[in-house]
Write a protein that binds this ligand. Structure first.
Ligand code: COA
Length: 297
């Protein structure tokens, strides 16, 4: 689908995207690149990064890949420094690296719980922490008046409660708290905007194939208010909005991009049945109000 944004909205910007070699992260890398940004991709798998970088370069996007695990502070520091050395500035950090698997709470080991917290929550904070000096106003390669921006990919699981996702729910709750606290402290001190996106089920991603494997037939989106799954494009467009000047007054927000799924309940009655029933019930209740003794009617 064509982008509604001008192709130069991120012209001259440098974006570092963790988990940027596949899934939602790669679509964000591609769309940011198509809108003028230079892209640094961080990931654990060399093959995935190399192939992502060649695809971006074939589109004419300046791109560069660095292997690293967000769970290791030394990796985070090395990747951030290499990005700065390569492009001479860093304007945008996107934390898209995440870990997930379906498991019941009773079958999840504390180490399994910790692993996802380490990737999603601690990894996000570590990357933010390491990139701070480059994003703050007056930092290397920046003007003294404007800071960069951070975008954390979250989820909606923890808004209510989610089956078999206790580890990710807890991890993303921490990510959202981190988004808000950094927005406050770094917005005030350094002119850095920090926001998040909470995607719903997005087709053709590692997330959906892990959480709704093909053995379970629930990919059609029938259960969703908009009756369809989201596309990676939907998340990338929201990301563009938040990191570009269009979002210049947005700080500390996690934008829900899920077609309304998190606030939905399964439809328990067809619409036609409601029309019929509602009037009939109303008529009956006027004739025989509930709670009024029949002797008084
Ligand atoms: N069910 C239950 N426990 C699981 C599990 C599963 N499907 N997968 C991993 N674990 C547990 C392991 O048993 C281990 O705990 P233990 O030491 O108590 O046995 C712990 O989690 C760590 O697993 P390990 O395989 O050593 O971790 P890793 O660092 O190699 O991989 C993961 C991290 C597990 C998060 C892996 O799924 C991953 O790399 N994910 C990234 C990609 C991804 O998930 N994308 C989707 C984003 S929505």
């Amino acid at each position: 689908m064509e982008s509604p944004f001008k192709p130069d909205v991120l012209k001259g910007k440098v974006a570092l995207i963790t988990g940027g070699g596949s899934g939602i992260g790669f679509e964000i890398s591609t769309q940011f690149g198509k809108h003028g940004a230079s892209i640094a991709i961080m990931g654990r798998r060399k093959q995935v990064i190399d192939s992502a970088v060649s695809t971006l370069q074939a589109l004419g996007i300046p791109a560069f890949g660095i292997e690293g695990d967000v769970r290791k502070q030394e990796d985070a520091r090395r990747v951030v420094e290499s990005t700065y050395k390569h492009f001479g500035r860093i304007d945008i950090l996107v934390n898209a690296a995440a870990g997930n698997f379906l498991v019941s709470a009773e079958d999840l080991s504390p180490n399994g719980f910790r692993t996802v917290i380490d990737i999603d929550s601690v990894g996000t904070f570590t990357m933010c922490h390491e990139v701070l000096k480059y994003l703050k106003k007056g930092g290397p390669g920046r003007s003294s008046s404007s800071g960069g921006t951070i975008l954390n990919i979250s989820a909606t699981l923890h808004y209510t409660a989610s089956w078999y996702q206790i580890h990710v729910s807890a991890a993303k709750a921490a990510v959202d708290a981190t988004t808000r606290s950094l927005a406050l402290e770094w917005g005030a001190d350094y002119d850095i905007r920090v926001n998040g996106i909470a995607p719903g089920p997005i087709s053709d991603t590692p997330g959906i194939s892990k959480l709704a494997p093909e053995e379970i037939d629930n990919k059609s989106g029938d259960y969703m208010p908009l009756y369809k799954l989201g596309e990676k494009w939907d998340i990338a467009m929201s990301a563009l909005y938040l990191v570009s000047d269009a979002g210049k007054f947005i700080n500390g927000t996690t934008l829900i991009v899920d077609g309304g799924l998190w606030l939905s309940r399964p439809r328990h009655l067809p619409k036609e049945a409601v029309k019929k029933l509602s009037r009939a019930v109303e008529k009956r209740s006027r004739k025989t109000p509930v709670g009024v003794p029949t002797s008084k009617l």
